[in-house]
Design a protein around this ligand. Structure first.
Ligand code: PMP
Length: 360
């Protein structure tokens, strides 16, 4: 007798699991491939213990995360009606694509851009149109508007500063896009903006059309990747639509508690942690730049993009030293490029030694 098999799911189901990171990393490897923080913020656990004392987990709690949204409104200087929270900025992007993308709709990205957002659009059935950036990964308003005229997108994907380039977007480009495509959502992913000298595009939400969405993450500068918290700042009508499409309790009471604990970090402590990463980034950039034949792009994020003469050899030496970095060289415009997260000084030294440059 044939063994019973489970019912087949729909063939066109979306495969979001494909968006996850690698799960073959050797135990104990130094992860400079995920752009996370080197360590938890000091004091996080104590603040979390106090938050947990206030929780009653037999209750559903604040299912619309109003308290957390209020804290984020204070942090960003916006109104609570302008804040949407989800389980990581990836989940924010997923809600945006679910609402404004999908079958028969087009998302416009500029290559090389953030692959995660492009893949998310693709798995959710959205057509992804890619227009090229200039050779230095820049995107001026003329180039962006030409692509809008050609592709007539429903969504435009920007990343400020960019992953993997580390280069900020131009405010004039964002302004021009908002004006030229009033029926499209202009999504600016600011997962790394806290490391940038360039200001956030949030300043533009006062002055431009109500089609700008700024997406933020607590996974990077807030050192909270494991808790899965991201948020969007947008026009209240967009936030209402996002809320409408989200299950109540999608951001659990535990997640809200840990996010509040993270947001409770004294601003000076947080600024100090970020400054230390920026200083390390500059040291790593200098050390890479000083090597023969290595090209390194100036970064405003917590990672650096570089092209060594022999990327395969660098990858192998890093792997042998237990350091994982990201090979991004398979994508157009990024030939021969590697991306390394800025970690703790010892991890960065390990990276530089593996690449062949003695730390200094
Ligand atoms: N946006 C960008 C540009 C990223 O690089 C990442 C993670 N690598 C994300 C969003 C997703 O981050 P998270 O879901 O942890 O907030």
């Amino acid at each position: 007798m044939a063994s019973p098999s489970s019912p087949e799911p729909r063939a066109d189901r979306v495969r979001l699991a494909a968006l996850g990171g690698r799960d073959d990393a050797p135990a104990g490897a130094v992860r400079l491939d995920l752009n996370t923080a080197p360590a938890e913020a000091p004091g996080l656990r104590e603040r979390l213990a106090r938050e947990l004392d206030e929780l009653t987990l037999s209750d559903y709690g604040d299912e619309r995360a109003l308290g957390l949204r209020r804290s984020l409104a204070t942090h960003t200087g916006r109104r609570v009606e302008e804040i949407f929270v989800a389980g990581g900025s990836m989940a924010v992007l997923e809600r945006l694509v679910a609402g404004w993308g999908g079958a028969g709709r087009t998302a416009l990205g500029f290559a090389p851009g953030y692959l995660g957002a492009e893949r998310l659009c693709a798995v959710l059935g959205t057509t992804v149109a890619l227009a090229p950036r200039d050779a230095a990964f820049g995107l001026d308003a003329d180039r962006a508007l030409a692509a809008v005229r050609e592709h007539r997108p429903d969504l435009v994907l920007l990343c400020h500063p960019g992953n993997p380039s580390g280069r900020p977007e131009e405010p004039d480009t964002v302004r021009a896009l908002c004006a030229a495509a009033p029926g499209a959502l202009i999504v600016v992913d600011e997962a790394y903006v806290d490391f940038a000298a360039a200001p956030s595009m949030l300043a533009l939400t006062d002055e431009v059309r109500p089609n700008l969405v700024v997406v933020r993450s607590l996974s990077k500068a807030w050192a909270l990747a494991g808790a899965r918290v991201g948020y969007a700042v947008a026009d209240p009508a967009i936030v209402r639509a996002l809320q409408d499409g989200q299950l109540p309790g999608a951001v659990s009471a535990l997640t809200q508690a840990v996010a509040r604990a993270a947001l409770g970090e004294p601003a000076a402590d947080r600024a100090g942690r970020i400054a230390a990463i920026v200083a390390e980034r500059e040291r790593v950039e200098r050390a890479l730049d000083a090597q023969d034949g290595v090209r390194v792009w100036p970064s405003q994020a917590n990672f650096v993009l570089f092209a060594p003469p022999d990327p395969a050899d660098v990858l192998a030496r890093c792997a042998a030293a237990g350091v994982l970095i990201r090979d991004v060289g398979g994508r157009p415009g990024l030939e021969g490029c590697l991306r390394a997260t800025i970690g703790a000084p010892a991890a960065n030294d390990a990276l530089l030694s593996a690449i062949g440059r003695a730390p200094r």
